[in-house]
Unconditional design. Structure first.
Length: 99
C-alpha cells in the first residue's frame, strides 16, 4: 500500500471511530447529526489545507487558485468517495428494479 493511501485510510478510520465514540457517549445524539458534524469539520479542514500559496504562477496551486475551483475538486472527491463506499447503495433504495 502506498504511504498516501495508508494516511488516507488511517484518517478515515479515525473519523469513523470518533463518530462511534461520540454516539456511544451521548446515546440521545442523533447519529445523522454526528455524521453531519464530522463531515462539516472534514470539509473545513480540507478547505484549510487547500489554500493556494502566495505565488500566482505556482503549478501545484493552479487547480486551487479560486474558491470555485476548490469547490469543484471537493465535490469530485465527495462523489468519488461516496460511489466507492460499501454504503453507497442500500437494499431499501428506491431505484428501478426494486419491487
Amino acid at each position: 500500500m502506498h504511504d498516501d493511501q495508508r494516511t488516507i485510510d488511517t484518517a478515515a478510520q479515525a473519523v469513523v471511530d470518533l463518530g462511534n465514540q461520540i454516539a456511544e457517549q451521548d446515546e440521545q445524539a442523533d447519529v445523522g447529526d454526528v455524521a453531519d458534524g464530522l463531515l462539516s469539520g472534514a470539509i473545513h479542514y480540507w478547505l484549510y489545507t487547500r489554500q493556494p500559496c502566495d505565488d500566482p504562477r505556482c503549478p501545484d496551486c493552479a487547480p486551487l487558485r479560486t474558491a470555485e475551483w476548490r469547490l469543484q475538486l471537493l465535490q469530485q472527491l465527495v462523489e468519488d468517495v461516496s460511489r466507492s463506499s460499501e454504503y453507497f447503495e442500500s437494499p431499501d433504495d428506491m431505484t428501478p428494479g426494486n419491487a
